[in-house]
Design a protein around this ligand. Structure first.
Ligand SMILES: [Zn+2]
Length: 202
């Protein structure tokens, strides 16, 4: 069931085989609420996957920490835990799926929220640019517009990911920290990063 070659003006209302309503339930369970960003993220992942060559293994890059990583983790094999998803926080609402295979030149597709296209959808625009003082204001209409807009608010670019962002991070040798007695990557120094003044706790 490939939608490749679908004319751009025919918007696919499915999110990788899930209806919008089914996907919304998945988002509620995983994310805690049907956050607009994760819902739009579903259409973003769907568009990216449909524009990858069929059958390839891909990694993901997410350019924001908020919401969008959860859409990627819900709909693809790429998670923060298996490191197939890298969150590189550039503050842009965009994601890239790219070919894992080095020989491919790490070619992939980047999908972003197109600020020009978003203007045609007032509630999405207000949410995206944080123009509404009250979060609850227009919530029902916002979700309706997200569903109706689908991929109509998205842009797509063909990209090749720079090698330094595709490299898997190897921890190398593991030492035991002389101060806290916990294991840490020896490359971090004489003691673990926490004991070097980065303690998280009081
Ligand atoms: Zn330590």
């Amino acid at each position: 069931m490939s939608a490749q070659g679908t004319p751009a003006q025919v918007y696919c209302m499915n999110i990788l085989g899930h209806t919008f309503e089914d996907y919304m339930e998945m988002v509620k369970r995983f994310h805690g609420s049907p956050a607009p960003g994760v819902l739009i993220g579903g259409f973003m992942v769907d568009l990216a996957v449909r524009n990858l060559p069929e059958g390839i293994l891909y990694d993901a890059i997410c350019e924001t920490r908020s919401c969008l990583p959860d859409a990627i983790q819900l709909l693809t094999p790429c998670t923060a835990g298996n490191a197939w998803l890298k969150v590189i926080n550039l503050g842009r609402y965009a994601l890239t799926l790219y070919d894992k295979d080095k020989e491919s030149g790490h070619k992939g597709v980047r999908v972003f929220l197109d600020t020009e296209k978003v203007r045609a959808w007032p509630e999405i625009n207000a949410w995206f640019f944080k123009l509404n003082p009250s979060k609850e204001q227009g919530r029902v209409e916002l979700l309706r517009q997200i569903k109706e807009a689908g991929e109509a608010i998205l842009g797509l670019q063909r990209v090749s990911v720079k090698p330094q962002f595709t490299v898997k991070q190897h921890k190398g040798r593991i030492s035991v920290c002389p101060e806290c007695r916990e294991a840490y990557p020896a490359d971090d120094g004489e003691t673990c990063l926490s004991c070097q003044g980065n303690a998280l706790y009081l």
